[in-house]
Design a protein around this ligand. Structure first.
Ligand code: 5U1
Length: 666
């Protein structure tokens, strides 16, 4: 009997470790989180009743039960080195030339890797078991963070495979994913706990947490990038081979790593990773190039604290400090009031930034941002720059907390805060000039009626001059109206009138999107158009009927109902229809018109002929469901240039892969 239980426990343990390996190392989950938790609970229960069968590599043993008194110091057996830097292509070429000179070869192959923005750690395995983990510290002495590192599910407690050296030190970076960081901060805020300024601080704070039970709740990840001390000769020829072996032991290795030739290949990698950077789920601050051949590495050796055979190529900083000159509030299309910091111009990530969003009143209060403050500003990808943190030491003595206005700065209506919302709103709707302007800009925008030549400034001018009050007024403009506007010549006026005329023939989904109903984006507009086929049918649908449509939940249904319950909106729709706006009749889908019906498609990489939105819209129109990530349920992956992990995963899962030409030809 007890032999049977021992066997069941061993099997469960090995099964759970295997599932974790598939999830974290191969990036290929084989069971759902719920199923994993169920098996984990079974193991926990069995181990509780039969503690004699608990082993140190059981997933249940990741979290100890008491906080530490402090962190022990650990001397690294071999120093943990740092990396030299290059910042420009010229410096990269100089680096490559210098190495070629030193080793007298015509061309060098490099291992090119993303430089993760986390915390460097060393993990020592003895006889395959995780024995010790330490921070880098000053490179010679770090802190013992074994108990915390054991809680990171991506790091195996027991290595896989055979012929594992008696002692093996793996080095790499512990990071917090961006999604994990956002979710962590959201929860912390709800509970009134401390939030972190960025994922790196969150990872560092989590590893330096004295209570491993708390670390266990933090979404941490680890990627190995090199070996430290190893008790036996390994006989690999290249760095990349070494990392492949590390991966085979069950330790995650980043899947963007690749070999490249010469400075040219390095620069291409830098560009490619730079483009991917905004869409990655973790922060990186550059890339690293390492001479791939281990014999050449040996020949090149070290300079003081860094290897001569490697360098980091840093991205321009995405964070900088500057001073807030003023705080103003903006009124959005739906009346949302957003405080915006006007900044002393500062270069962040290669771009000059003069404004940063402060999001809402709660954010201003939480961060206590004031005019005159020196602040950290962050810009990530295409996202609007934001104020991250105030440098309190630099706060001027006479500074005053910022107070949000109680009236709309544009129409002076009393602002309201709706239940469950963090933002203040101006409830005046289209009676407020700011919202009127935003609604017309939205109506004319590319994804809506696409009125070429009607830019934001022109809309603002026309509203200020009293020429237009609603989108419908655009269709009654004449040449004289336009010529009277400042800087509008006859030719531009005629061109604009021509594009307004051409915009009259549109598609129903674009028309619905153009109306600017809250929560109704392109995809929802497409669903409404395809399913209900007319504006009248949408207007006549109850919230319950709307909720029956794919991907429409109670909030969206409520917004649609609210929009059509407003007499002013109905009047504008009637005026638009009276102005002869037309669209193609929506046919009932047939196998011919919707050849992708029932197919789940994922888009990845960069496309040259489509934006993501237009590619998605085309696929939806043809009946497909467009998903964000590749899984067993994916039917087709459309891979553009520089496709990365999604392509690898699709190939592994045997998913059909198509290119942009296929999408064009549909
Ligand atoms: N990808 C990567 N990051 N990173 C950081 N490789 C890498 N190598 C490093 C460091 C500090 O050090 C080398 C000396 C192994």
């Amino acid at each position: 009997m007890s032999e049977d239980i021992k066997k069941t426990i061993e099997e469960l343990r090995s099964q759970l470790n295997d599932y974790a390996y598939h999830y974290y190392v191969l990036d290929e989950p084989v069971i759902s989180d719920v199923q994993y938790d169920k098996l984990y609970q079974q193991l926990l229960e069995l181990e509780k009743n039969y503690p004699e069968f608990i082993s140190s590599d059981s997933p249940t043993q990741r979290v100890g039960d008491k906080p530490l008194d402090g962190f022990k110091q650990i001397k690294h057996e071999a120093p943990m080195l740092s990396l030299g830097n290059v910042f420009t292509e010229t410096e990269l070429i100089e680096f490559d030339n210098r190495l070629m000179d030193l080793v007298q070869v015509g061309e060098i192959e490099y291992s090119a890797e993303p430089k993760l923005d986390g915390l460097a750690v060393s993990i020592v395995y003895e006889k395959g078991k995780l024995k010790q983990a330490a921070t880098r510290g000053d490179g010679n002495v770090g802190e013992d963070i074994t108990a915390n590192v054991k809680t990171i599910k991506a790091i195996p407690l027991l290595l896989r495979g055979n012929n594992i050296p008696d002692k093996l030190e793996v080095r790499g970076e512990v990071i917090m994913t961006r999604s994990g960081f956002n979710e962590y901060n959201r929860q912390a805020e709800l509970l009134g706990e401390k939030t972190f300024a960025n994922p790196r601080n969150a990872a560092a704070g989590s590893l330096r947490q004295l209570d491993p039970r708390k670390t266990a709740k933090r979404p941490l990840m680890f990627y190995a990038y090199s070996l430290g001390v190893v008790s036996q000769e390994l006989n690999f020829e290249s760095h990349i081979e070494t990392l492949e072996w590390v991966k085979s032991l069950g330790i995650p290795v980043n899947n963007l790593n690749q070999t490249v030739m010469s400075a040219k290949g390095c620069q291409q990698f830098y560009q490619m990773v730079g483009e991917k950077r905004p869409s990655l789920n973790y922060d990186i601050d550059g890339v690293v190039y390492k001479v791939n051949n281990l014999q050449l590495q040996k020949k090149l050796g070290f300079v003081t604290k860094s290897p001569r055979w490697a360098t980091a190529h840093k991205f321009p900083a995405e964070e900088a400090t500057t001073v807030i000159e003023n705080i103003e509030v903006q009124v959005g299309r739906t009346g949302s009031i957003t405080p915006v910091a006007r900044l002393q111009p500062v270069v962040v990530g290669g771009v000059t930034v003069t404004n940063a969003t402060l999001h809402n009143e709660d954010e201003i209060r939480r961060k206590d941002v004031r005019v005159g403050d020196t602040v950290f500003v962050r810009r990530a990808g295409d996202v609007i720059p934001e104020v991250v943190k105030v440098v309190l030491q630099k706060r001027p003595e006479n500074s005053q907390p910022f107070i949000m206005p109680i009236h709309c700065p544009v129409c002076e209506t009393l602002l309201v805060k709706l239940e469950g919302e963090a933002v203040l709103r101006c409830p005046a709707g289209l009676y407020c000039d700011a919202q009127r302007k935003e609604a017309i800009k939205h109506f004319a925008s590319r994804k809506a009626l696409d009125i070429e030549g009607l830019g934001d400034k022109l809309v603002e001018l026309m509203v200020d001059e009293g020429l237009i009050k609603t989108p419908a007024d655009l269709f009654h403009l004449n040449q004289q109206d336009l010529i009277n506007l400042e800087r509008m010549a006859e030719k531009s006026a005629n061109n604009l009138l021509q594009s307004i005329e051409s915009s009259k023939h549109t598609q129903l989904d674009k028309f619905i999107y153009a109306l600017g109903i809250r929560e109704v984006g392109e995809a929802t507009a497409m669903t409404l158009a395809n399913q209900l086929k007319s504006v009248e049918a949408i207007e006549d649908s109850t919230a319950e009927q709307l909720e029956e449509l794919p991907d429409i939940g109670p909030i969206v249904a409520k917004r649609i109902r609210q929009f059509f319950a407003d007499k002013h909106n109905l009047k504008v729709i009637q005026q638009l229809l009276d102005a002869d706006i037309t669209w193609d009749k929506i046919e009932t889908p047939t196998a011919d018109s919707q050849p992708l019906l029932g197919k789940t498609i994922v888009l990845t990489g960069s496309l040259s002929q489509f934006t993501r939105a237009t590619a998605k819209a085309k696929l939806i129109k043809l009946g497909a469901k467009v998903a964000g990530s590749v899984s067993k349920n994916t039917d087709i992956l459309v891979a553009g240039e520089n496709a990365g992990s999604k392509l690898t995963k699709a190939e592994k899962l045997g998913v059909e892969v198509r290119d942009e030409d296929w999408l064009l030809g549909l």
